[in-house]
Design a protein around this ligand. Structure first.
Ligand SMILES: *[C@@H]1O[C@H](CO)[C@@H](O)[C@H](O)[C@H]1NC(C)=O
Ligand SMILES: *[C@@H]1O[C@H](CO)[C@@H](O)[C@H](O)[C@H]1NC(C)=O
Ligand SMILES: *[C@@H]1O[C@H](CO)[C@@H](O)[C@H](O)[C@H]1NC(C)=O
Ligand SMILES: *[C@@H]1O[C@H](CO)[C@@H](O)[C@H](O)[C@H]1NC(C)=O
Ligand SMILES: *[C@@H]1O[C@H](CO)[C@@H](O)[C@H](O)[C@H]1NC(C)=O
Length: 800
């Protein structure tokens, strides 16, 4: 009887339709299966139509080959080595979705295709081949030979994938045989010992100099041959040793001489995987040295580049913004922040990209963060509207969903899935979006759509995937190939490793003997550049005259005021807003029967959910006009947003960064009873400050009232040349080194550090100065210790 009831219940349950956006297991399974179909659709069409070519043309439904006529066509040729890259890159996707038959079939195809290894005569890019080919081969090898995995092949697998990994690695490794030990960017796979002409190998970026270390070290663990690890580690360490005094890594170097070519840095293109693999390497290899580098590097980039919603592209020397673009690649960073345990920052960073995806139905390759208003005054590089099917936003949303279980991330996944089904899917594949402004497609389907984008999307919906239950330290490579090491594998490597390739032994010996001198020389050169640079910024080079600037600020300010007053802002397409943004979720027809009491924590309690919309002109392109934003889509919003939620009032004040630079190492800044204590002041502290008037709303969402001005002493008691203090405005410090200062806390600085003896200077980063800085160094203080600068009192910044 009981059995019967279960049986009937089981039959019924299968047919009970889920309510849309309830995200119960039935619904998730449906989405997962839809992703699975897309994956098979892509792989099958590639194999039927394009194989053995590298890629599939998704619009013309034809094979896409490397450009044999023009070896310098790097956009294609760097990744397309005439080795069926889409097949190679898709292997682990089939493994992750757990389809053993299909995995076996693809592995068999690999064995047939690569009986002669990678002797293709192609000139390819070392970094791209490392992540797409070497990473995939090792990951597929692990899957095929690990009995704990669903797709384990047992006796049916002879280990040839690892041999292929060795084959490709040996063709790539000679890139490191340079005078500096920094690899050249490209090699000829058939003749990699002969250096290429200069045209193929101009400069290399910090990612290519540092990050192949991750895959190559893994190969050493799998083969016991430590030459891969040793050679690439030398370059990794050299790359890190080339950091500036701010602990920032410039993006580009000449591989022959090690001389810096471009000082730009950030977390996007050309720098991204340096951060990624420093932390992931620390985890996979249990390496404390790498962890320490990660901590220093993450701290430095956060202090210097972190905005509320993203990281700017900055100068590695000055730490000021050097362009205003936001790379879509940098969307990966929130995933990394989750791995680092910095979930609250990861959430904020991901929201920026959610808003962009909601606006464009994809991510522009580069988005200009300046509003139209600001663009009148700031002439930085503008955006690139291309979306080449990149995975980074889905990847981060998957990490965040695993960390928070907030249904908002499932809704992101659902939207991305709809867009892939409706916008990117073509007759035979998935098409790059040529312009997110028009939705126009382009006839290219890079291998990472199958390797990464759809894999992460699948995992987002596949609650029970073995990846989510793995007890190994499983880490996804930057191309989304899972790698892991068991304690036995680590022990085996430590006990049995060898290094007997004389070419590389001799090369490393030579490099190491000259290394100290080399670094000294580089540092000297760098110091020269830094001095030049500092001289320049402290002379206050305003690119536009001060009247224009004042005018611009006034306009911007007026516009923000207007925005706050406007009750029908574009971001609430669905509901009118009451009481100036008082609700995160201004629900008008909330249906309590549909919600069982669990709300999306982010939608319901995150006070700054709509700040991105307020700060930036997120205007939907014409063809997207009727698409709701991800977070305000009614069927999701009604269900998951608590009607009692509150959104904080948006800040209205003009915000500046004040940078304190010191050449010494002093105990300088603390704020009491908070989590930060600045033990040392080795170079730089950055304060984000707000200029506030009565009636403004500050960064915490509080009104500035007479009370904030009460009891302030307006006398500058500095010994020489005291100034008269402006009584209309106050300064409030809201962040220290990019970390928010809790409401009501004070920031303290030692008084002697404000004297010139210690060579402390402060500058403000002002959006209207083209990233240059205006001098802001005269400090005073009143009898209560409140710091005075710019003729204005800091209400929460004191000397002790
Ligand atoms: C969910 O929404 C889709 C699209 O609007 C609709 O076709 C489907 O019937 C809905 N499913 C349920 C169970 O309500
Ligand atoms: C490219 O690869 C295909 C398939 O393996 C092969 O037939 C062709 O000869 C290769 N082309 C060149 C120029 O190497
Ligand atoms: C790569 O090297 C091989 C062997 O020397 C040569 O035949 C081939 O032409 C080279 N490829 C290119 C694109 O130069
Ligand atoms: C290097 O050592 C390995 C492992 O002991 C051995 O298999 C290989 O033949 C050696 N190679 C050379 C060139 O000595
Ligand atoms: C800081 O915390 C301590 C102990 O919790 C407390 O005694 C003290 O009053 C606090 N100081 C400030 C400035 O809030």
């Amino acid at each position: 009887m009981i059995f019967l009831i279960f049986l009937i219940y089981g039959v019924l349950a299968r047919h009970v339709p889920y309510a849309n956006k309830s995200f119960n297991s039935e619904e998730l399974i449906q989405y997962r299966e839809e992703v699975r179909e897309l994956i098979y659709f892509g792989i099958d069409n590639y194999l039927d139509i394009a194989y053995p070519a590298d890629e599939l043309h998704p619009l013309s439904c034809a094979p896409s080959w490397r450009n044999f006529d023009d070896p310098m066509d790097f956009g294609f040729n760097d990744v397309m080595g005439n080795y069926s890259i889409t097949l190679i890159d898709s292997l682990t996707t089939v493994a992750v979705i757990g389809d053993r038959d299909r995995f076996k079939q693809l592995v068999d195809l690999m064995e047939e295709r690569f009986s002669h290894g990678f002797d293709t005569g192609s000139i390819v890019q070392v970094f791209e081949v490392t992540i797409r080919v070497l990473g995939s081969l090792m990951s597929a090898h692990l899957y095929a030979s690990d009995p704990s995995k669903k797709v384990y092949l047992g006796d049916e697998y002879n280990g040839f994938l690892l041999d292929l990994a060795v084959d490709i690695a040996d063709r790539l490794l000679p890139a490191y045989l340079t005078d500096s030990g920094i690899p050249v960017p490209r090699v000829n796979l058939s003749n990699s010992k002969t250096p290429l002409e200069r045209g193929f190998n101009p400069n290399n970026n910090i990612v290519a100099m540092s990050s192949p270390y991750f895959e190559f070290r893994m190969l050493s663990y799998l083969t016991k041959d430590s030459k891969y690890e040793e050679v690439t580690r030398f370059s990794f360490e050299k790359a890190w040793s080339l950091r500036t005094m701010l602990n920032l890594v410039p993006s580009t170097f000449d591989p022959d001489t090690g001389v810096m070519v471009d000082s730009m840095t950030g977390i996007g293109a050309s720098v991204d995987s340096f951060y990624e693999y420093t932390l992931k390497g620390a985890i996979l290899f249990d390496d404390d040295d790498l962890l320490k580098i990660w901590q220093e590097a993450y701290s430095a980039i956060s202090i210097n580049a972190k905005e509320d919603w993203f990281f700017s592209v900055i100068s590695a020397y000055g730490g000021y913004p050097s362009t205003s673009w936001l790379d879509s690649l940098s969307a990966f960073f929130s995933g990394l922040q989750v791995l680092a345990g910095d979930v609250s920052e990861a959430i904020a960073h991901n929201i920026m990209f959610m808003k962009l995806w909601g606006t464009f139905g994809a991510l522009p390759e580069r988005w200009d963060t300046n509003t139209a208003e600001e663009k009148q005054y700031i002439n930085f590089n503008t955006g690139i509207p291309l979306y080449p099917l990149r995975p980074e936003f889905v990847e981060s949303s998957w990490y965040l969903y695993r960390a928070t279980k907030d249904p908002l991330y499932l809704n992101i996944g659902h939207r991305v899935l709809q867009d892939y089904k409706n916008k990117m899917k073509t007759e035979c594949g998935f098409a790059t979006i040529k312009s997110v402004e028009t939705g126009e497609q382009e006839d290219r389907m890079e291998s990472f759509v199958l390797s990464e984008t759809l894999k992460y999307l699948f995992l987002l919906f596949d609650e029970d995937n073995e990846v989510h239950r793995s007890r190994d330290n499983l880490i996804f490579s930057t191309e989304a190939h899972p790698l892991w090491l068991t304690p036995e594998m680590k022990r085996d490597y430590q006990q049995n490793k060898y290094f007997n390739d004389t070419t590389y032994i001799n090369h490393l010996d030579e490099l190491k003997s000259g290394h100290k001198e080399w670094i000294l020389k580089q540092k000297k050169e760098m110091n020269k550049q830094i001095n030049k640079h500092l001289q320049k910024i402290f002379k206050y080079e305003a690119p536009i005259d001060s009247e224009t600037r004042k005018d611009a600020l006034k306009k911007l300010y007026a516009k923000r005021k207007l925005l706050e007053k406007n009750t029908e802002l574009s971001f609430i397409e669905v509901y009118p807003v009451h009481e100036e943004f008082n609700n995160t979720c201004p629900v008008t027809h909330y249906d309590s029967s549909r919600n069982k009491g669990f709300f999306s924590p982010l939608m319901s309690t995150y006070g700054k959910m709509f700040d991105v919309n307020r700060r930036y002109d997120l205007e939907k392109p014409k063809y997207m006009e009727n698409a709701p934003s991800i977070e305000t889509e009614p069927v999701f919003y009604d269900r998951w947003c608590s009607p009692n939620s509150q959104s904080q009032f948006p800040s209205q004040a003009v915000t500046f960064d004040m940078v304190l630079d010191s050449t010494g190492n002093y105990d300088v800044i603390k704020y009491f009873n908070g989590s930060i204590s600045g033990e040392s002041f080795g170079g730089r502290r950055k304060l984000r400050i707000q200029r506030l008037k009565r009636g403004d709303v500050d960064w915490y969402g509080d009104y500035v009232s007479d009370r904030d001005f009460e009891g302030l002493d307006y006398t500058d008691i500095r010994p020489e040349t005291p100034v008269s203090i402006n009584r209309q405005d106050i300064y409030k410090v809201v962040k220290l080194d990019s970390i928010p200062i809790p409401k009501g806390q004070q920031v303290y600085i030692k008084s002697d550090l404000l004297s010139n003896d210690f060579n402390v200077s402060a500058v403000i980063a002002d959006p209207f100065l083209n990233g240059k800085k205006s001098a802001f160094k005269r400090f005073g203080y009143n009898k209560d210790g409140h710091v005075i600068s710019d003729n204005t009192l800091f209400v929460n910044f004191k000397i002790i």
